[in-house]
Design a protein around this ligand. Structure first.
Ligand SMILES: Nc1ncnc2c1ncn2[C@@H]1O[C@H](COP(=O)(O)OP(=O)(O)OP(=O)(O)O)[C@@H](O)[C@H]1O
Ligand SMILES: [Mg+2]
Length: 526
């Protein structure tokens, strides 16, 4: 008997619908799956047969052929198990004819005991099923929180614990309770971090640099001796970035789910990610890759922070690989099976010691490096990567009075308020300038045209720029970086004011330029 239902398979961050056609006939027992099944799909036969018989639904001896359409697309993953089992149960008349499977999608891995196990990428698969207009989506109970995002008036979502429960439901004997609401994006929860800026003592200049970076979405490099708090500050940057929107949360969750990072019964990702890969990581794990392409660290940091600690230890190839995603906010991986694009819009935060021993310029330790070694150490950083970092800030160690003070510093919530106000101003500026994507635009992304329009300097500012160029021997490329940062400082400073010329966020003044110039610590070495 022929039966038909749906399941889904992953390709990159997205999923595609798979039609499961199952045909059975009286003949010598045989189980064949066609339609470019990968190894894990071929192996599903064993799981399906053992699961069915252990749950009390033994499949009679017959010839079973399953076709997975579209037949020309490669399918992998154990998530197809459940769909194939359901089609087979229908063909074997274990599920009655009245059980309508033609508008249902089944996603989940089977255990021999009949349990429906959680799988990767459920959110993408559930959304694909919803977009295909299917009425019912069945997912493992352990993935139901992410799949809930596919709920609409026309699409129901069910979490399934085990096969007997699903069979009873499809036979109309005992219904499974469906999901009733979309995943909640609890404002308090998405801002509820263990870390907080109030725990950081002193470091006024570094805190300011981080606030400016967050306000303009600028990439940032912190340079300081060991123990000065570089990692501590960087880890807290997500706490001062604006709270995630629903769409950002869904997109980030898709990436984390595809990479298998959402734990069983886990919620969708509502906090901005902070990814801190070790410098020994491979290019594929940094930017994504593999025979079946998986997102790399840059995509797992999407809508959050990518932190490269000990920057000079990363090999040049890794920094080179970051260049294109930093420009495009996405990365494209080409494979025989097709092209996959993963979003990767992140704030890059790097940290490094000023020299090999770590104590160059330190108040406490004595540096044992020769001047030439210091230069050699700094030159290990890739120039083109450094070119994409707007703010380079030196961080000395905190002194004793600061560290022993019992006073709490300003909290992340207070800083975040200023960051959000500044972002609001820049968004408004881009909106009025006719930017279609003004909501995701930031000062850091301004191109040369924008710089001319929004970062006009008066005589005083130009004089300061000229002086700094001569004194600090700044390169031409530093000029644009300073303009961008100065724009953000003005936005933070002016809090929504307009000056007579109608510039939103106010004009850039001398003090904004001066502060921006101070955020180019490494330029003197180049
Ligand atoms: N400004 C600070 N306020 C409070 N604690 C601090 C501060 N700076 C450093 N510390 C303490 O010192 C520890 C080490 O800081 P952290 O790991 O951030 O240093 P680092 O600059 O990253 O050093 P390294 O170069 O060795 O990686 C922190 O865990 C914290 O306990
Ligand atoms: Mg550190």
């Amino acid at each position: 008997m022929l039966s038909l239902t749906y399941t889904a398979a992953l390709f990159g961050i997205d999923a595609f619908m798979v039609t499961v056609e199952c045909n059975t006939k009286r003949a010598l027992p045989l189980f064949e799956i066609v339609g470019l099944p990968g190894t894990s799909v071929k192996e599903s036969k064993q799981r399906i047969m053992n699961c069915a018989s252990n749950c009390g639904f033994p499949i009679p001896d017959m010839e079973v052929t399953v076709n997975l359409a579209p037949a020309d697309r490669h399918k992998d993953g154990s998530a197809l198990d459940l769909g194939i089992l359901v089609a087979l149960l229908r063909s074997a008349a274990i599920l009655p004819e009245e059980a309508d499977l033609s508008s249902s999608c089944f996603i989940g891995e089977l255990s021999f005991t009949g349990e429906v196990r959680a799988v990767k990428g459920v959110l993408s698969m559930a959304l694909a099923a919803r977009d295909a207009g299917l009425a019912e989506i069945y997912v493992p109970e352990g993935n139901v929180k992410e799949a809930a995002a596919a709920l609409t008036d026309h699409t129901k979502v069910y979490g399934v614990k085990n096969v007997p429960e699903l069979v009873a439901h499809l036979r109309g004997e005992a219904r499974i309770r469906g999901v009733t609401e979309l995943p909640k994006i609890d404002v308090d929860k998405r801002l509820d971090f263990l870390e907080d800026f109030s725990q950081i003592k002193g470091q006024i200049r570094a805190r300011r640099a981080v606030e400016i970076a967050a306000a303009g979405n600028h990439n940032l490099l912190l340079i300081g001796p060991p123990g000065s708090g570089k990692s501590m500050i960087s880890k807290r940057i997500p706490t001062i970035l604006p709270a995630m929107t629903y769409d950002e949360a869904i997109e980030t969750t898709k990436l984390h789910s595809v990479a298998g990072l959402i734990p069983e019964n886990g919620d969708i990702v509502t906090r901005r990610p902070f990814r801190s890969p070790h410098h020994s990581l491979s290019i594929a794990s940094l930017v994504g890759g593999g025979a079946i392409p998986m997102p790399g660290e840059i995509s797992l940091a999407h809508n959050g922070v990518l932190f490269l600690d000990e920057l000079p230890e990363f090999n040049k190839a890794a920094s080179e690989a970051l260049r294109q995603p930093l420009e495009d906010q996405k990365v494209t991986i080409t494979r025989a099976a097709g092209r996959v694009t993963f979003p990767s819009s992140f704030m890059l935060v790097c940290a490094m010691n000023p020299c090999k021993c770590g104590y160059f310029g330190s108040r406490r330790g004595t540096c044992t490096c020769k001047p030439a070694d210091v230069r050699a150490y700094l030159s290990k950083i890739s120039g083109p990567l450094l070119d994409r970092i707007d703010i380079q800030m030196e961080m000395p160690e905190v002194d004793f009075t600061e560290i022993s003070s019992s006073e709490a510093s300003e909290s992340s919530a207070a800083i975040r308020e200023r960051v959000e106000a500044a972002r609001e101003i820049s968004r408004e500026r881009f909106r009025r300038a006719g930017y279609k994507e003004y909501s995701t635009m930031s000062n850091a992304k301004m191109n040369t045209d924008d710089l001319r329009r929004f970062c006009e300097l008066d005589e005083d500012c130009l004089r300061i720029m000229e002086g700094s160029f001569k004194r600090m021997n700044l390169s031409a490329r530093a000029y644009d970086r300073i303009l961008r940062v100065a724009r953000t400082i003005a936005d933070l400073d002016n809090g929504g004011k307009k000056d007579k010329s109608g510039v939103i966020g106010g004009r850039i003044t001398k003090k904004h330029v001066m502060e921006a110039v101070q955020m180019r610590a490494l330029d003197k070495y180049w």
